[in-house]
Design a protein around this ligand. Structure first.
Ligand code: UT7
Length: 326
């Protein structure tokens, strides 16, 4: 049986660090509140002139280098993002050009914070079907540009960054064992960016209403996030006849430490089974999981035959999980 196996990981985080103390000077908040409610201590912010495609390219280069794969060998590039350089064309096409991945076709995937796990699922299906042998899967975001820096309810939560993995066809028992994706469009207005799609075009009025900025009903999102992350994590384990004790490392979407802890508890995972880096980067939407994977991988935490569980939840709502034998 052909499976897709991760043979390289890479990430790129912009240099500029914005601490909670910096944000204290911008809105009515405090380091204590942010740490207590979210676990976040700081986040990275892209430099002026630094775009999602730049960060994604750097992450991809690092993943390719680790895999020992050249850009020309890549058949497919899928980028999970909601903050692409342009509404269209796809930022994945810019990454393809930057890398010189001349044999790949490339597209963006819009599933908010679930963008990376959705993209991983698409690329895995592509490889399993035999249509190609090597794919690049990315999650990259410049959320700092769609954040309302006057809204304390949201501006403390998000950050910028990019992560990437190289997927290759393999015939062994290793690789992606299964993927489980879900959506529910009825929750759209709990977490979304009202402008500028074609529904709300740029105008003095839509700017005045701050429509180009991310809006979130955090408390409502929180409850559904814990429920959905729990159910989709259990779904992946059940589909493979496994339980929480089989998991070597759970790498969830990093939105809020309290969400991760509540989910881990419900899935019956112990603290040392859960990878957390939200304190360093905040919520980088589609980038959180590949960045965390790359950190864990480079720290030697992902070993041969380990069972790795990835779960994500985000705007749409979208949610999904993937179980991997490393
Ligand atoms: O990526 C996937 C999608 N995103 C998420 O999963 C995020 C989900 N939500 C959350 O992480 C949390 O709901 C938040 C961190 C956004 C908020 O935490 P909460 O414990 O749900 O707080 P809350 O919204 O119930 O607000 C509690 C209080 C409110 O004051 P009142 O009405 O009780 O007087 C807020 O106005 O905290 C206030 N508040 C703040 N205070 C200081 C909200 N934001 C801030 C802030 N600093 N930055």
């Amino acid at each position: 049986m052909i499976r897709a196996r991760i043979t390289g990981t890479g990430s790129y985080m912009p240099e500029k660090i914005l601490t909670n103390f910096d944000i204290e000077k911008m809105v009515d908040t405090s380091n204590d509140w942010i740490v207590a409610r979210t676990g976040i201590e700081q986040r990275r912010v892209a430099a002026e002139g630094e775009y999602t495609s730049d960060m994604a390219t750097r992450a991809a280069e690092r993943a390719l280098e680790m895999a020992g794969v050249t850009a020309g060998e890549i058949d497919l590039i899928v980028l999970g993002t909601i903050t692409g350089d342009y509404p269209w064309p796809a930022t994945a096409c810019i990454v393809q050009k930057n890398l010189g991945a001349d044999n790949a076709y490339a597209y963006d995937l819009s599933a908010a914070c679930s963008g990376f796990v959705y993209a991983l699922s698409c690329a895995s299906d592509f490889i399993q079907s035999g249509r190609g042998k090597k794919a690049l899967v990315l999650g990259a975001e410049t959320l700092s540009r769609i954040i309302d820096w006057t809204d304390r309810n949201t501006c403390v939560l998000f950050g910028d960054g990019a992560g990437a993995v190289v997927l290759e066809a393999t015939e062994g028992d290793t690789g992606l064992l299964s993927s489980h994706m879900h959506s529910d469009g009825s929750y759209l207005d709990l977490l979304y960016q009202p402008g500028f799609g074609t529904r709300h075009m740029p105008s003095a009025e839509t700017l005045e209403d701050r429509l180009p900025y991310l809006k979130m009903e955090g408390n409502e999102v929180f409850k559904v996030a814990v429920r959905s992350l729990t159910s989709v994590s259990l779904e992946a384990l059940e589909a493979n006849g496994m339980t929480a004790s089989d998991v070597s490392l759970f790498i969830p979407h990093q939105a809020n430490k309290r969400i991760l802890e509540a989910t881990a508890k419900r899935v019956k995972l112990t603290d040392d089974q859960v990878y957390i880096n939200v304190h360093k980067y905040g919520n980088t939407s589609g980038a959180t999981i590949p960045v965390a994977m790359d950190e864990a991988n480079r720290a030697g935490m992902l070993k041969a035959d380990d069972i790795i569980l990835l779960s994500a939840f985000g705007g749409g709502f979208t949610w999904g999980s993937t179980l991997i034998r490393w």
